[in-house]
Design a protein around this ligand. Structure first.
Ligand code: GDP
Ligand code: IMO
Ligand code: MG
Length: 428
């Protein structure tokens, strides 16, 4: 299959950035299709570490990179990220980066609203505070400012008025200062000439690329359990994160996403609030957090850690049409004497093999575990399947069986090249 879509199969931070970077030398174009700069994708290449939030990870390998219409774009952040990467020797020009001209913008008032709501809430979501939710609300509310509007002063003025007639009462209710339309217009007009050179009809470029036989690699952000429909609602992000969104969020049509590669961590983590059946608040949880360096890239919060949840990933395989997975961070389990895998749940007396939709039920699930013997050898940095200890192989094989999908790639350290290829997603 020509195209590959990489998505997170858990609650995000599975290692999508590392895998997209690794795969991008087999691709011609790399496309982000949802989310915004709530994402934090870390790439480690030799002694360089790149942290990307909005730029597709393909930029590091100099691949044509597209920020699709499904992404909500903070233009000031985008410019900062371009500058930061330039400082690391990655030159980003309008020849390399294309920003969909129909993508919606995140404005400072979205960030204000996100943060003020979180501060006022009794039950917080634990958002990244970057304005993602409010920006998507304005998009579906048909009052967002889009990239193309930056080229049209008249449209911009009318849109600012319309936007502020909605945000005015919200801001007053939350005790935020009144937004000034003239200042907003001035800020947007000052930024526009820096952003507009990247703005293009991205759908058209992608159509041309596909017709020319080029390979497209889609880069998901967040994870399936943070999907606004399928995740642990309301403790989710505000976009569809599942693979199907790659089509709508890029304009490439339903065949566009191609082979779906789910990125799966060998255990489970989550940042922010919400249900997490296999969470470990004990010494093992702390060990996973420490060895796995589980600290959020965007907010610096510690990630909650727990055992591998096969029921949850099996659900993700179905929701995304996953053809195979990349299993990451196996090395973090090195040295643990016993490993547990959640194979289903008990809800009172009832046995469940999936995550129920109700929030109350999600909070009351008791995981049913299967135990496996760990390994004392190291898998860190392993580059061949033959280098893995027998018990590590057993663990991987059991995961494949339980989730109903094969392991296509295995990652054994943050480094780009510490990656074992079992089957090439672009050939599958
Ligand atoms: P993403 O949001 O899915 O791209 O994942 P993040 O980059 O937020 O988090 C994954 C973290 O784990 C990053 O710091 C990576 O450098 C690191 N990482 C990725 N793969 C591996 C691996 O196989 N082993 C270890 N130890 N770390 C990894
Ligand atoms: P990557 O792409 C992990 C979480 C936040 C919060 C919820 C809603 O690096 O995997 P938002 O700011 O999106 O409204 O926050 O979603 N969240 C992530 N968790 N990885 C991410 O991205 C995330 N992006 C958002 O912590 O619980
Ligand atoms: Mg991340």
């Amino acid at each position: 299959m020509a195209n590959v879509t990489v998505i997170g199969a858990q609650w995000g931070d599975e290692g999508k950035g590392k895998l997209v970077d690794w795969l991008s030398n087999r691709a011609d174009v790399v496309v982000r299709f949802q989310g915004g700069h709530n994402a934090g994708h870390t790439l480690v290449v030799g002694n360089q570490t790149y942290k990307l939030s909005l730029l597709p990870s393909g930029v590091v390998q100099g691949k044509l990179s597209v920020i699709g219409n499904g992404v909500v774009v903070d233009p000031w952040h985008l410019l900062e990220e371009i500058d930061k990467l330039r400082g690391q020797g990655v030159a980003i020009t309008p020849d390399l980066l294309v920003l969909a001209d129909n993508a919606c913008l995140i404005l400072p008032l979205h960030r204000d609203l996100d943060r003020a709501r979180e501060a006022a809430a009794t039950q917080k979501i634990g958002t990244t505070g970057r304005g993602i939710g409010p920006a998507y609300e304005d998009k579906v509310g048909r009052r967002a400012i889009r990239v193309a509007d930056l080229a049209d002063r008249e449209a911009l003025e009318a849109k600012i008025d319309r936007l502020l007639s909605h945000h005015g009462p919200l801001r007053r209710g939350l005790g935020l200062p009144e937004a000034d339309p003239a200042a907003m217009l001035a800020e947007l007009e000052a930024m526009a000439p820096k952003i507009l050179p990247y703005a293009k009809p991205a759908w058209r470029l992608l159509d041309e690329q596909v017709k020319a036989g080029k390979r497209v690699l889609f880069e998901g952000a967040q994870g399936a359990l943070l999907d606004v429909d399928h995740g642990t609602y309301p403790f989710v992000t505000s976009s569809n994160t599942v693979a199907g969104q790659a089509a709508a969020g890029s304009g490439l049509g339903p065949k566009g996403p191609g082979y779906v590669l789910g990125i799966v961590k060998a255990y489970t983590t989550r940042v922010g609030e919400g249900p997490f059946p296999t969470e470990l608040t004990d010494e093992v949880g702390r060990h996973l957090g420490e060895v796995g360096r589980e600290v959020g890239t965007v907010t610096g919060r510690s990630r909650r850690c727990g055992w591998f949840d096969a029921a949850l990933v099996r659900q993700s395989v179905a929701l995304n049409g996953i053809g195979g997975i990349a299993l990451t961070k196996l090395d973090v389990l090195d040295g643990l004497p016993t490993l547990k895998i959640c194979i289903g749940y008990k809800l009172g007396e009832e046995a469940l093999d999936y995550l129920p939709a109700g929030l109350k039920a999600q909070g009351q699930l008791v995981p049913v575990y299967e135990e496996m013997e760990g390994w004392s050898e190291t898998t860190q940095g392993a580059r061949s399947w033959r280098d893995l200890p027998a018990n590590a192989v057993k663990y991987v094989r059991r995961i494949e069986e339980l989730i109903g999908a094969p392991v296509a790639l295995l990652s054994t350290s943050p480094q780009r090249d510490d990656t074992i290829l079992m089957r090439d997603p672009f050939q599958d």
